[in-house]
Design a protein around this ligand. Structure first.
Ligand code: NAG
Ligand code: NAG
Ligand code: NAG
Length: 621
């Protein structure tokens, strides 16, 4: 009974609770939960189930006896296998009937089991059951096998005084050096432990006492006897089993060593299909996808297929065949790690300026939950504390700044001025108070005197007059006078006094702007007639600035080229000497005396008027 148990004196996996806090006794809870105990009232049972399995389905791993405490069954690595738990009385506690339960708390065997299935993508931890116990009945732990078993560690504590209940694991616990066990047929045998799929299948052929092979004469004392058949290779969905022969004593059929029979005459094992009924459909659960977030709460997904095993093959089937099972979640929340946090790593720096508006900064870093600096992107950018801000050091003090006085006086002789630069600027001295820029601006010019002028004679010029032409070439003038400068002032001198000096120009050409094309014309010609309407002409040309013929003059403004002239009627030439010298010349005309030369001369004006009238009259008739 005890060979499967390993006694371990070091119980570091379980915390030792102080009980003196409550009793004031200075005593400590021992590993067995006894206040002030000496660890001798209990023992730890532990082992690792590492057998390789070949059949998909439920396989018993270990039995947990009644009275066990601190139960811990943990898959050593993440796998697609599932742990399952069932009470000896037949009640399924976790993952029974091909249904996969969600991680959580499940009551059974008088205690509460915590079932965990870590599903973070980064986690390599496998499934586990934990319970404080004590249990009030035997519990069987199974594995729902889907892929090679990475090993299942189990441990629990049993009180010493209780008689230990024999375990019936289908393997030997790791580390057990003792092997005195025999006679247990269950050992190393795969039981069909599918708790929901119709129980056990009849695995054996009926015993047959009839020897099927006659041994040769000299070995007639022993012969081969059909003693049964192997376990079916599959618990469902078609497997095979093979007949098994043992060497027995011919007379009493007592089994003896096979070496006593002739191995050549051993019948070859017969193959027989078995467990043809279809396996229950099950949810085949894929790997979780990567978590959608590298930190904080994210989502992950996995594929869940309804599948069924037949003739050693796993087939995809319609999901309705799995409806007797709760469909496993295909999406789950996940959190690979807690998101990193912003940390302020330094005080604010001093303001960048001694006065006025400047900036100051401080160090802000994204720090992982392990305390390492990580990239800013790993922290919530919305919550980033400011690491740079404006600072106002108050109004800057200003002072007058000025240069030294210039060396040069503006006048070569007599009174002049000299200057210096004066500016109002921000001062950067904060240690001593400086006078601010008041309204009293320091003078930027100063009288200077290079000594008295000896009577100097110079040409002086006035300003240029305006240009004589609005456009095109013109000229402008200025006055140029010869002056003598003395301490008393200026005196105008005759120009010859300055003749030894170069005389500045008093006239220069000017050209304010180009004129563009313009109409030019000649004078009118003579009139074609002296009286009674004639005409006269002139030539008009459009000329550009450079006096070339141009087309760009305004036709509207073109001067006329021809006009009428001398419209007055023609009058006879009146001779100055042809006057009436007689007072009564009209009588002479009436008396028709003009034919006479004497009267024609004496009354010249009246007589020639009559002659002109008569000539017109004659021309009309
Ligand atoms: C019981 O075991 C614990 C853990 O190994 C140990 O710290 C403690 O000293 C032991 N108590 C006695 C009385 O041996
Ligand atoms: C259960 O056992 C596993 C594997 O030995 C171990 O990693 C884990 O810490 C144990 N859990 C508790 C609660 O003792
Ligand atoms: C079933 O498949 C396994 C693994 O592929 C193989 O080892 C075994 O021989 C097969 N059994 C039958 C009955 O085909």
């Amino acid at each position: 009974i005890f060979i499967f148990l390993r006694l371990i004196n070091v119980f570091h996996t379980y915390s030792i609770l102080g009980c003196d806090d409550y009793l004031g006794s200075g005593k400590v809870m021992d590993k067995c939960g006894m206040c002030g105990g000496d660890n001798t009232t209990c023992r730890l049972v532990s082992g690792v189930f590492k057998h390789s399995l070949s059949k998909i389905g439920y396989h018993k791993i270990v039995e947990i006896p009644e009275g066990a405490t601190k139960i811990n069954v943990t898959e050593m690595m993440k796998s697609r296998n599932y742990l399952a738990l069932r009470s000896r009385s037949g009640r399924s506690i976790i993952n029974g009937n091909w249904a996969i339960d969600r991680p959580g708390k499940y009551e059974g065997g008088g205690t509460m089991f915590t079932y965990r299935r870590p599903n973070e993508i980064s986690s390599t931890a496998g499934e586990s059951f934990l319970a404080e116990g004590p249990t009030n009945e035997i519990l069987d732990v199974y594995m729902i096998f889907q892929q090679p078993n990475p090993g299942v560690h189990y441990e629990y504590i049993l009180p010493f005084e209780k008689p230990l209940i024999p375990q019936q694991p289908n393997h030997r616990p790791e580390g057990n050096a003792v092997n005195g066990h025999s006679g247990n047929d269950h050992h190393n045998k795969q039981e069909n432990l599918n708790p929901g799929a119709g129980g056990r299948y009849p695995p054996r052929l009926p015993d047959n006492q009839v020897p099927v092979v006659q041994p040769p004469r000299r070995e007639r004392d022993y012969n081969w006897k059909l003693s049964g058949a192997t376990e079916c290779s599959a618990s469902c969905g078609k497997g095979f089993r093979y007949s098994v022969f043992h060497c027995v004593h011919r007379l009493n059929h007592v089994a003896v060593s096979d070496s006593l029979c002739d191995s050549n005459s051993k019948p070859s094992p017969q193959e027989e299909p078995c467990n043809l009924q279809p396996c229950p459909a099950f949810w085949d659960i894929g790997e979780w996808s990567e978590c959608s977030k590298t930190c904080g709460l994210g989502m992950q997904h996995r594929q869940v297929l309804c599948r069924q095993v037949y003739a050693n093959r796993t087939l995809n089937v319609h999901t309705s065949r799995c409806r007797h099972l709760e469909r496993p979640e295909t999406a789950s929340t996940c959190q690979l790690k807690i998101c990193s946090e912003w940390q302020i790593r330094s005080e604010w720096t001093a303001c960048s300026v001694p006065c006025g508006l400047g900036q100051r900064s401080r160090e802000v870093r994204c720090v992982s939950n392990l305390g390492d600096f990580v990239l800013d992107e790993e922290c919530n950018m919305n919550l980033r504390p400011v690491d740079i801000e404006n600072c106002d050091m108050g109004a800057c003090a200003k002072s007058w700044f000025y240069t030294e006085w210039g060396n040069r006086c503006s006048a070569e002789c007599g009174m002049g001025v000299r200057t210096r630069g004066v500016l109002c600027l921000t001062n950067h001295i904060s240690s001593l108070p400086l006078e601010g820029c008041g309204s009293e601006r320091p003078a930027d010019s100063q009288v200077c005197n290079n000594g008295p002028c000896e009577n100097r004679i110079e040409w002086f010029t006035g300003p240029w007059s305006q240009c004589s032409a609005e456009c095109g070439a013109g000229s402008q003038q200025r006055s140029v006078v010869c002056l003598m400068k003395s301490d008393e002032g200026f005196t105008v001198m005759p120009p010859y006094e300055c003749s030894s000096l170069e005389r500045p120009l008093s006239q220069q050409s000017c050209n304010l702007k180009a004129c563009g094309a313009k109409w030019y014309h000649t004078d009118w010609s003579a009139c074609s007639k002296t009286c009674e309407g004639g005409f006269r002409v002139r030539e008009v040309r459009c000329l550009s600035d450079d006096t070339l013929s141009s087309e760009s003059c305004d036709e509207q403004l073109k001067p006329t080229e021809r006009e009428d002239c001398n419209p007055e009627p023609c009058v006879p030439h009146i001779d100055e000497n042809c006057r009436d010298k007689y007072y009564n010349c009209n009588v002479v005309v009436q008396a028709r005396l003009c034919v006479y030369d004497y009267y024609k001369t004496t009354c010249c004006a009246s007589c020639s008027r009559v002659a002109h009238r008569q000539s017109i009259h004659r021309g009309r008739s």
